[in-house]
Write a protein that binds this ligand. Structure first.
Ligand code: SIN
Length: 577
């Protein structure tokens, strides 16, 4: 293997005919909002299986604090929500995706209320709406103050459990998608999975819905749970799916910075309630930087914190909540976390630091959630619909999960029929590696540190290039191994996706949205193109294709991977879709 781009098709050797086989109409990989909403929709017809990597509720969704954005308040409009989403997306949003999701959002939120989700209300029964960065209106619906994700997850699990034709498999690690052949655009037939008790199992499905979430764990500093190891993007890439816009990683400005403790999120809604960011001298710096001050888009706030740290030193800035008198009742979860470190928001300043939060890019889909691989749909954070453009508007992702999950469910149910799902004889042959044994923990932590330092909030071409060179080298003796445990597969997935992020970031020669590129000292800062394009990566090609729309996937228009179309640097308006 010369580079990460020659990565092999499957992580492990197998013969499907020798393994236990399970059959269903729809296989949903992932149990967050997008996965469960898809499963509930697809249960309208046929047998459905959901695979969760850990327990059903151990998901990024369950960790969501802020809420679900939706234009439901009488003082708000769908058009205003669309406008804020487009502004945050910095010129790279697909307007069709934004329009669809913002417009269908209110119905999907109402539906989840009808299914029993308790959203916070005032004494008169009116919904309480919060405000977050980049929103010009209060339109973020929440539960239990800062426990929206827990309540959404509970509601969806209850609903899924009420359906006789949905089987929920927990602790089921998905190793790879199975395809009809190793050729380009081969149909997806299901997945190879592993369970600590049952070992390897093959699940054959008419339709597979990929909903395996994000990639936060590839960074040393992240707000994401331990399960977010980029498995879904990596396995889709190995199967030949188009992967879009991987350079755009959203960094959340405010996670709790306590050395040795996980980077707990301090929701943007806290700034929405009036919290201020202070430097080491106690000076409030955001009003000088953006008219929305602490509620500027996340990339602006995160970069401002990084600049403060570069100027003043130190590892964190302060979040001042001392004037928010209702902190404990509005943010009970965050309050408890702070208490566990003996911090009292009424009297203490809170040390905060940015951390990787959301993978904006992912598996390219059209507006029916279809990917370039027949039978494979993708939804939620693992996917890229074009909604978020180059930077995601806060609290738009639970909304996207609900809307696109419903569409994926409909698609899958329409495909279910009475003919049996047939097994295929798939064989993966892999030579054993001659390379030395690996200290997996060391590879994992070196990768995470390199991503943070070289492909983090502020990037330079030199640092990105160094990361790409390192990952190619590490890939040679890590991706050739055959592991028998999730820890090994996770490191292989994280390395694949880390390399994709670094390579995509290196290929985008100007700053836009969440991709902040600082010119190397000897170079001048390149100006941004007026019509930025989406970058698309597929296994086997060493440079991206570019398109002006995510949602139009037409295989006949995708040039041979031997003839990649480079992003035009001097005439950036040109597109090829
Ligand atoms: C937050 O509560 O700050 C996170 C919300 C989001 O990322 O959408």
């Amino acid at each position: 293997m010369n580079s990460i781009f020659d990565t092999r098709r499957y992580l492990i050797p197998f013969r499907t005919g020798l393994l236990p086989q399970i059959f269903c109409d729809t296989l949903v990989l992932g149990s967050g909002v997008a996965g469960l909403r898809s499963a509930i929709g697809s249960s309208a017809k046929g047998q459905v299986i959901v695979c969760a990597k850990d327990s059903l509720d151990h998901t990024n969704t369950a960790w969501a604090q802020g809420g679900i954005a939706g234009a439901m308040h009488r003082d708000d409009t769908v058009e205003a929500h669309i406008a804020d989403t487009l502004t945050a997306g910095a010129g790279l949003c697909d307007i069709d995706a934004v329009d669809l999701i913002c417009r269908q959002g209110p119905n999907r939120i109402q539906e989840i209320i009808d299914w029993g989700m308790q959203l916070d209300r005032d004494e008169s029964g009116e919904f309480l709406v919060g405000r977050e960065g980049g929103h010009n209106a209060s339109r973020v619906y929440h539960s239990g103050g800062d426990a929206t994700g827990i309540e959404l997850q509970r509601t969806l699990i209850d609903k899924a459990k009420s359906k006789d034709n949905i089987r929920l498999f927990d602790h089921c690690f998905v190793i790879d998608l199975l395809t009809q052949s190793n050729k380009e655009n081969a149909p997806v037939l299901g997945a190879m999975t592993w369970h600590p008790k049952y070992g390897l199992q093959v699940i054959w499905a008419r339709t597979t819905i990929l909903a395996m979430g994000g990639a936060g764990q590839v960074y040393r500093e992240t707000s994401n749970p331990r399960v977010a190891t980029a498995d879904g993007i990596a396995l889709a890439y190995r199967a030949g799916a188009q992967i879009a816009d991987m350079e755009f990683i959203q960094f959340h400005p405010t996670t709790l910075y306590i050395p040795g403790a996980a980077r707990a999120l301090i929701s943007e809604a806290v700034r929405g309630e009036g919290a201020h960011l202070l430097d080491h001298a106690g000076h409030r710096f955001m009003p000088e930087i953006h008219e929305l001050a602490e509620l500027a888009p996340r990339d602006v706030v995160a970069s401002a914190i990084v600049s403060q740290l570069a100027q003043q030193g130190g590892k964190h800035v302060w979040l001042d909540c001392r004037h928010i008198h209702h902190f404990k009742s509005r943010f009970p979860g965050i309050y408890n976390t702070l208490q566990s470190f003996e911090l009292d928001p009424a009297t203490d300043l809170i040390p905060v630091h940015p951390a990787a939060h959301y993978a904006i890019g992912g598996v390219r889909t059209d507006l029916r959630t279809r990917t370039n691989l027949p039978n494979l749909l993708a939804v939620g954070e693992v996917s890229c619909t074009g909604l978020h453009g180059a930077n995601r508007l806060a609290s738009n992702s639970l909304l996207e999960g609900l809307v696109m999950g419903a569409i994926a469910g409909e698609e899958a149910a329409n495909r279910a029929d009475t003919s049996p799902v047939l097994p295929s004889q798939t064989v993966s042959v892999i030579e054993h590696s001659n390379h030395a044994e690996l200290d997996l923990d060391d590879v994992r932590s070196s990768l995470r540190s390199t991503m943070w330092i070289n492909a983090g909030i502020e990037r330079t071409p030199t640092k990105l290039d160094d990361a790409c060179t390192m990952f190619d080298l590490w890939g040679r003796y890590t991706l050739d191994k055959i592991f028998e445990v999730p820890e090994g597969w996770e490191v292989q997935n994280m390395l694949t996706v880390g390399a994709l992020i670094a390579r995509a970031a290196l290929s985008r020669s100007h700053s836009i949205g969440a991709h902040q590129l600082i010119a190397d000292p000897a170079q001048s800062q390149p100006s941004s193109p007026q019509n930025p394009l989406h970058s698309i990566w597929t296994r086997g090609s060493t440079s991206p294709l570019y398109t002006n729309r995510i949602s139009t996937i037409d295989n006949s228009e995708i040039p041979d991977s031997q003839q990649p179309i480079a992003e035009p640097k001097s005439n950036p308006g040109v597109s090829n879709n």
